[in-house]
Design a protein around this ligand. Structure first.
Ligand code: NI
Length: 160
């Protein structure tokens, strides 16, 4: 278990297209474990491998805090509807922006055993899937944000 350093906007690694994962190795398993630890530590709902500096097509998502999804080589195969709302990113700390996304998506991905499965989501989960998959193409939500980014209003003191 290890917390990795989260890369921030302006770093080149966040603008690169990621490579397909062709086999599961101990090193990749460790990366996935570390990505989950790093996401939970940062109170995020999703994290993509390039955000910890690794250009592999791997994403972790957990929108409820108790339902981690690991998506390897994910792709969206179906989407419908529309939702517009505030979106943030661990690589763009302290900011949010308004982004329109599909309200429903279905993704196909590999799990940690390299077995294909489907993940369907609406609302926040659909938004997270779209957001994280964009990272794998080297795109950040700020490119899609409508209007200026806003500063995150902290209700409480930020925890160390
Ligand atoms: Ni992000």
């Amino acid at each position: 278990m290890a917390i990795r350093n989260i890369r921030e906007i302006g770093e080149e690694v966040l603008t690169k297209k990621c490579k397909m994962v062709t086999e599961m190795t101990p090193r990749t398993r460790e990366l996935i474990e570390d990505m989950l630890d790093t996401m939970y530590e940062a109170n995020g709902v999703g994290l993509a491998a390039p955000q910890v500096g690794i250009l592999k097509r791997i994403v972790v998502i957990d929108t409820t805090g108790e339902d981690p999804h690991i998506l390897i080589n994910p792709r969206i195969v179906e989407s419908s509807g529309e939702q517009t709302g505030q979106e943030g990113c661990l690589s763009v700390p302290g900011k949010t922006g308004q982004v329109t996304r599909p309200n429903y998506v279905k993704a196909v991905a590999l799990d940690v055993n390299m077995k294909e499965y489907e993940l369907e989501g609406t609302e926040l989960l659909a938004r997270a899937i779209c957001h994280e998959l964009d990272h794998l193409e080297g795109h950040l939500y700020v490119e899609k944000a409508e209007g200026p980014l806003q500063d995150t209003v902290m209700e409480d003191e930020e925890e160390e």
